[in-house]
Write a protein that binds this ligand. Structure first.
Ligand SMILES: *Cc1c(COP(=O)(O)O)cnc(C)c1O
Length: 386
């Protein structure tokens, strides 16, 4: 029998003459920052429209988008922000950077999204914001989270770094009534290498954020009247021009990834010991930032070995996020007044998922159905072998 050819996956990021023309357009404006050009402003309008939000503010990156959103929501020293223990570290670092305490809670063992009962149990008089992360594009339970937040009088900030184009019960991210932060870093579903954006349902927090992201200075100020404390998080014109081109590809790519994930996850589910990320029928559009699966009860060492073997076989596989409270960074500043063991004890699913979960880059889900059939066969072979 001849060996199976290795599956072929498209490159990421993708670009064509649309990006080339966009960059040329930005260059020719002669002014390369948002105050002089029109690309950033136009991108903000297009991105807001695409997600059904009244306002979008483009910024330097997704971590800054979270920091800025949290500030506009009144988080800061003396307040707490509830985050899932299983996420990329920016979710908690953003809160800690602005002087708040990041409080990690457990996630669901099937969807890997923040556990609503754990959120409710973690609320204190100091809680200002609940930050769900739509893990790999699967929307967190927004109905239940909105209710918990409303009952407690706190706000919701969606970390939508994985969720460009996602929907919850037919509603787009910007139609859910909460603030949402996005990333356009190189690996994200649309990218300019770096970049971020915040969607706002209201004018007031949007205007706050605009001031703070531009050194506290009103748009038309020429006399250095800085009104609030801030910093420079302004997006440049080149990034916005590229992102306008990237946005035109998003919907078609989501349609492909949704179809391919149905195919791949059904095959993965048949492999003994493999459990693909679960679904929630209310999350009715999932852009699939990652193709994730668990190997329940596997050790971290065995999982890591599998990832190495998958990479050797040409599959873009990665070990899942380490629990944020199991990094040195988390404890430097803005950690809760608890031991790591106490936090771990109330986050058993975070500990389990972070050691037994594998994810495949979303470019995997842009490959042909045959390539995904082959991918599943390789996963089956290596799972049995390591
Ligand atoms: C990528 C990511 C961020 C941060 O975005 P950057 O643009 O890299 O700063 C925040 N949260 C999550 C969940 C992410 O995956």
């Amino acid at each position: 029998m001849s060996p199976r050819p290795a599956p072929v996956f498209p490159d990421w990021p993708q670009f064509d003459d649309t990006e080339r023309r966009a960059l040329d357009r930005a260059l020719s404006q002669g002014q390369w920052w948002r105050m002089g050009g029109t690309e950033v402003e136009t991108f903000e309008q297009e991105f807001a429209d695409h997600h059904g939000a009244p306002h979008a503010l483009a910024v330097t990156n997704g971590t800054h988008a979270l920091e800025l959103a949290l500030q506009a929501m009144g988080a800061g020293p003396g307040t707490e922000v509830i985050v899932p223990g299983f996420t990329f570290i920016s979710s908690s670092q953003a809160a800690q950077r602005i002087g708040a305490v990041a409080v990690p809670v457990d996630v669901d063992p099937d969807t890997y999204n923040i556990d609503v009962a754990a959120v409710a149990a973690a609320i204190t008089p100091r809680t200002r914001v609940i930050m769900p992360v739509h893990m790999a594009g699967l929307m967190a339970d927004m109905d239940a989270l909105d209710k918990v937040a409303a009952d407690a009088g706190v706000q919701v900030l969606q970390d939508a770094a994985h969720a460009h184009g996602a929907r919850w019960q037919g509603k787009r991210v910007g139609e859910l009534g909460s603030v949402a932060a996005f990333s356009f870093q190189n690996g994200k579903l649309m990218t300019a290498g770096e970049g971020g954006a915040v969607l706002f349902p209201d004018e007031e927090r949007y205007e706050q954020a605009f001031l703070r992201h531009s050194c506290g200075r009103p748009r038309t100020d020429r006399r250095y009247h800085h009104q609030v404390a801030g910093t420079n998080m302004r997006m440049n014109e080149f990034s916005a021009a590229v992102l306008r081109a990237q946005l035109t590809r998003l919907d078609a790519q989501i349609a492909v990834r949704e179809q391919r994930w149905r195919h791949l996850s059904a095959l993965l589910a048949r492999i003994p010991g493999v459990r693909p990320q679960g679904d929630d029928p209310r999350a009715d559009r999932n852009p699939h930032y990652m193709a994730m699966f668990r190997l329940p009860a596997w050790s971290e060492e065995r999982r890591n070995l599998l990832v190495d073997r998958l990479v050797e076989a040409g599959i873009p596989a990665f070990a899942a996020f380490r629990a944020i409270y199991r990094t040195a960074a988390f404890w430097e500043t803005g950690a809760p007044d608890e031991t790591v063991d106490a936090v771990a004890e109330r986050c058993p699913n975070v500990d389990a998922i972070s050691q037994d979960c594998v994810w495949l880059h979303h470019r995997t889900l842009l490959a042909s159905e045959q390539d995904l059939t082959d991918t599943a066969a390789i996963v089956a072979e290596l799972v049995a072998a390591v």
